[in-house]
Ligand binder design. Structure first.
Ligand code: BEZ
Length: 194
């Protein structure tokens, strides 16, 4: 299923004239940027949780066997941890194309971790909302894990995306029960030694 959000995203004028923009990453961006950046800092945003509810027909799956990748779902009072990148505006163009399968830019307040002054900045985050055609939504954990286990696309196995994200979150000291439960279901348990 393809819906192209590139034109909508490139119509955003909010950061016109800025030399640099903060971009908040909560999925693959946490462990792999894939673009040049000026600065990278652990950060969090308020009011969202990470969920593997977005279908991926172009990166971690195919139209016949879509994978599942992360999006953010609104939850009052929640905090979502991730990685913030300070980028030049030119970097957004290729990102809009890369994330064209349902992700829209949203302006958000970023809070930087390990900062005694509680420093924050206005920035951008890409979110796939439930009204996009590739949105899959919730399902029982074993079904989500099954779908991830069976999917791969041009960017590699869907399983690697999930496991890399779980590892990166652990390294950041972030607890994300949704991601860690999927990791558990996707990791064969060690064989019992006699
Ligand atoms: C991310 O990894 O945070 C991400 C980036 C673009 C679209 C969706 C997620």
């Amino acid at each position: 299923m393809t819906i192209d959000t590139t034109a909508i995203n490139q119509g955003m004028t909010h950061f016109d004239g800025f030399d640099a923009i903060w971009l908040f990453g909560y999925g693959s961006l946490i462990w792999k940027a894939g673009f040049p950046y000026l600065e990278r800092r652990p950060a969090y945003i308020h009011g969202w949780v990470r969920r593997f509810w977005q279908g991926s027909h172009d990166h971690r799956g195919t139209p016949d066997a879509p994978g599942r990748v992360a999006t953010l779902i609104r939850k009052p009072g929640a905090i979502c941890h991730g990685m913030a990148y300070r980028i030049t505006p030119e970097t957004l163009g290729p990102l809009d194309v890369r994330e064209k399968n349902g992700y829209l830019r949203l302006i958000t307040e970023l809070h930087f971790c390990n900062d005694r002054d509680g420093e924050q900045a206005e920035g951008l985050v890409y979110i796939a909302t439930e009204d996009n055609a590739a949105f899959l939504g919730d399902a029982p954990y074993h079904r989500i894990a099954q779908q991830i286990a069976g999917a791969q696309g041009p960017s590699g196995p869907n399983r690697d995306y999930l496991l890399n994200l779980a590892t990166a979150l652990r390294e950041l000291g972030v607890d994300d029960p949704h991601v860690f439960e999927l990791e558990r279901l996707l990791t064969p348990s060690e064989s019992i030694k006699e």
